[in-house]
Design a protein around this ligand. Structure first.
Ligand code: CAA
Length: 258
């Protein structure tokens, strides 16, 4: 079941959008934007974040937005199955999935331990299989679906200290291009967004001098804002943009162009 204590009973009448990592920095902005656009938004969070999720939901309710939350470990296929079944029973099938859950375990490769490699691959890449596999058949059956994978500029160009993260983020777009082909004739679009450095707890956790040096190299000379990523998600979910599929949309202030 979705989390108890749902604040307001009124749900927008739209389709269901699930955002993994939905209570994080970028995830929150995506949830807010999609709720404003009339989606019935469900924000996934890690099971350990139950209390934070209730506070988060109350904050959004204070803004007049009804967003449901659900616990689920995206690195665990079985738990994702349980989560998707609960959403389907409560809200209906997932019509839009935004794979946004992600972690970093930055280390130079010579110091990287197997656990740091595996954690990032499990949460950032295997999660895309674990969640998308469980909603894909419903999308095929409905003849409509939207999948957006939130990758990273560092999946496109690599990054010193991020062999694990860059591998996972590059892998996400491999899944995108394949599912885009498999879903194209069935009304499903699958796209990647590759944000640059965005103002979130994840980038705040970096060493100040390292972050400042990177920001200085961004042509726009600033970090991105979470709502700028959310705006790109809204674009890809829009039925008017149903001819865009298999794309990797950079939202990076000019940091990487190809
Ligand atoms: N290119 C080449 N050499 C570099 C380098 C770079 N970009 N960065 C550091 N080095 C060199 C250093 O000069 C140093 O050289 P010496 O040993 O000769 O002195 C050596 O590499 C070790 O560097 P550090 O002292 O920085 O090593 P560390 O172990 O203290 O830190 C690290 C390693 C934590 C990975 C640090 O380099 C770092 O934070 N890198 C940036 C990682 C990053 O960008 N993370 C993004 C997190 S946010 C995110 O991921 C969101 C997103 O999608 C963008």
């Amino acid at each position: 079941m979705t989390d108890s204590n749902t604040v307001a009973a009124q749900q927008p009448a739209g389709r269901v959008a699930l955002v993994t990592g939905g209570i994080g920095g970028i995830g929150t902005a995506i949830c807010r934007r999609l709720a404003q656009d009339g989606w019935r938004v469900v924000a996934n969070h890690h099971p350990s974040e139950q209390e934070a999720a209730v506070a988060w939901r109350n904050d959004l309710a204070g803004e007049g937005l009804t967003v449901d939350t659900i616990a689920g470990d995206v690195s665990d296929f079985e738990d994702c199955g349980r989560m998707i079944a609960a959403i389907k029973a409560d809200q209906g099938p997932v019509a839009a999935l935004i794979n946004c859950a992600g972690i970093t375990r930055d280390k130079t490769f010579k110091k990287m331990e197997e656990a740091q490699w595996r954690a990032v691959i499990d949460v950032n890449l295997n999660s895309v299989f674990n969640v998308t596999r469980q909603v894909w058949e419903d999308m095929l059956e409905a003849g409509f679906g939207r999948v957006v994978n939130i990758s990273s500029v560092n999946g496109q160009r690599g990054q010193f200290g991020q062999a694990n993260y860059a591998a996972a983020k590059a892998g996400m777009h491999g899944i995108t291009m394949t599912l885009a082909q498999e879903g194209a004739a069935k009304g499903i679009t699958v796209n990647t967004i590759s944000p640059g450095y965005v103002e979130t707890a994840m980038t705040l956790a970096m060493r100040d001098d390292v972050r400042e040096a990177i920001v200085a190299s961004v042509p726009m000379r600033r970090m991105g804002r979470p709502d700028e990523i959310a705006s790109a998600v809204a674009f890809l979910l829009d039925e008017a943009n149903g001819y865009v599929t298999g794309a990797n949309l950079p939202v990076n202030g000019g940091l990487f162009m190809h």
